[in-house]
Design a binder for this molecule. Structure first.
Ligand code: DX5
Ligand code: ZN
Length: 219
């Protein structure tokens, strides 16, 4: 089994020291940094702008994994790419034409991700999953860090894995929300390749230990 990539979400970081926090997780061995973008419409919260991404980019070699929880992603994608995003993930629930959205994101030279909220079946991606580089299964209701993992999502992860394997393409399968070293084993067995982890990494006493523990328990 391949090693699972860890994508700490800066929503749980000490915002007053954001640069140092990103350095901390880079030193701790994370592969991605997960940046949540919220517009107060798609989700009832507000978070990070392209300027934040740009400021963090100057000092980091991590893969910048930008998760757009916003109603009009098309308006802002270019700004996030210019700021330094490597992967742009949008939500299925606000995307009418999935294939066109994947092309649009790719036209800026970055990877394209598609995300589904807990209530959205992964079957809604049928026929278009191969257009994306990453599928993000939300394992909490989007909007806030620190929530509990929804166990019922495990079945959906397995289904997504099946759909991805059928394409024969290298598509990342990412989960986001409530992931900890104590519950990562089941989604890992269901076939995830990337785990977003906010609280369980940034709020841990030792981020490196938390990341190692997560990888170990995922095997
Ligand atoms: C929730 C965000 C997540 C969140 C995860 O809407 O998309 O990325 O920060 O945080 P934890 O790991 O604390 O649940
Ligand atoms: Zn996220």
């Amino acid at each position: 089994m391949k090693t699972i990539k860890i994508a700490p979400s800066i929503l749980a970081a000490n915002i007053a020291k954001l640069g140092e926090e990103v350095k901390k997780i880079e030193d701790a061995g994370a592969e991605f940094v997960h940046i949540d973008v919220m517009d107060g419409h798609f989700v009832p919260n507000l978070a990070f702008s392209p300027d934040t991404v740009k400021a963090l980019r100057t000092d980091s070699k991590l893969v910048f994994d930008v998760h757009l929880m916003i109603e009009e992603p098309k308006k802002y994608i270019q700004k996030f790419v210019e700021a330094g995003a490597d992967i742009i993930t949008v939500h299925q629930e606000v995307t009418e034409n999935l294939s066109e959205m994947a092309d649009f994101i790719h036209s800026f030279g970055v990877k394209a991700g598609i995300s589904v909220k807990p209530g959205t079946p992964v079957e809604t991606l049928e026929g278009n999953i191969d257009k994306f580089d990453l599928v993000l299964i939300m394992t909490v209701e989007p909007g806030f860090g620190g929530q509990s993992y929804i166990d019922a999502m495990n079945e959906k992860i397995s289904k997504a894995r099946e759909m991805i394997d059928k394409t024969g393409k290298e598509i990342e399968l990412e989960i986001d929300g409530g992931v900890t070293p104590l519950n990562i084993a089941v989604p890992a067995a269901c076939g995830i390749s990337v785990a977003v982890a906010g609280s369980s990494v940034f709020k841990a006493e030792d981020a490196k230990k938390a990341i190692i523990e997560m990888r170990t328990n995922a095997k």
